[in-house]
Design a protein around this ligand. Structure first.
Ligand code: AMP
Length: 278
């Protein structure tokens, strides 16, 4: 049985009754097998798992994108119960941001390029809401998907910089059989766009294969990804990146670890994916 709470007071009372250590899985709902894998990772390590389900308005650039974000409360609660989450917390915006709210986390250079450049204010919104969720739940561990690699890097940086007493756990990307990462946004792809979308992962695999054969020029790896994407007329690339996985700065050569990442539009839907080297 997953207990459902909404207000800060309900959350506080429910948390007091849970065994420790606690794990927190922050989500925006429309839960799928990717989210389920984070809950499972917590269930392996923590005595109780809290899933937060909150479509955070401050991390959306446009009111349209926020309004179109899929919502499925009944499905979400069923998934939380099936995965054995102890608590599902579904706050209203006023439960997360109290009246008079005026304090936020300022993020640094790690949040500037890639998703940060494409979505101004996005990572400040993410970091601030994650700080609030961590503060209200006080988990021993919090779980994030590597699918959102820059988000994970921003949260890890914040946790270190602000001395937050929580372990951040990064979890592998869960994919459909054709390589497309599971994402709440995938339901908005038209059938032809869904059929075209696996080109994103094929582009990453092309660059990984080149690297495995000894290619070390980041520009050559970027060119291989761009060329693969060019073979799919429905794919509109936004960025193609080979960056340092800690700082997110673009690399000239890949001598150690690297993050290969892409943002690609298919019609109105923007998809991101990445693979890590080293
Ligand atoms: P979201 O609900 O999209 O904000 O995602 C909540 C958490 O689930 C984030 O840490 C995501 O990185 C993670 N996540 C989303 N999709 C996947 C996936 N396909 N595989 C693994 N983790 C994921």
């Amino acid at each position: 049985m997953t207990q459902v709470v909404r207000t800060r007071a309900e959350l506080r009372a429910a948390l007091a009754a849970l065994p420790r250590p606690l794990g927190l899985v922050p989500t925006m709902g429309a839960l799928h097998a990717g989210h389920a894998s984070l809950i499972r990772a917590s269930r392996e390590r923590d005595a109780a798992t809290v899933v937060s389900i909150f479509v955070n308005p401050t991390q959306f650039g446009s009111p349209d994108d926020l309004a179109r974000y899929p919502r499925d409360e009944a499905g979400d609660l069923a998934l939380c119960a099936a995965e054995g989450a102890a608590l599902a917390w579904l706050p209203a915006p006023a439960d997360v941001y109290p009246p008079g709210f005026q304090t936020s986390v300022q993020v640094g250079p790690v949040a500037a390029p890639l998703e940060g450049a494409a979505r101004p204010g996005h990572f400040a919104g993410v970091a601030t809401v994650v700080a609030i969720l961590l503060g209200l739940v006080l988990p021993a561990r919090a779980y994030f998907g590597r699918k959102d690699a820059q988000q994970l890097a921003v949260v890890e940086r914040m946790t270190l910089d602000l001395g937050l007493p929580v372990e951040i756990v990064g979890c592998p990307t869960v994919r459909a059989a054709d390589g497309l990462p599971l994402s709440s946004r995938n339901v908005r792809l038209a059938p032809a766009e869904r059929a075209a979308a696996p080109v994103v992962h094929r582009a990453l695999m092309a660059a990984l294969a080149l690297h495995a054969r000894g290619e070390r020029s980041a520009e050559t790896l970027r060119a291989a990804m761009t060329a693969t994407l060019a073979g799919e007329p429905l794919a509109e690339p936004e960025y193609v990146s080979v960056a340092d996985p800690l700082t997110m700065a673009e690399l000239e050569r890949v001598e150690g670890s690297a993050l290969l990442s892409l943002a690609v539009r298919f019609g109105a839907v923007r998809l991101i994916d990445n693979e890590r080297i080293g």
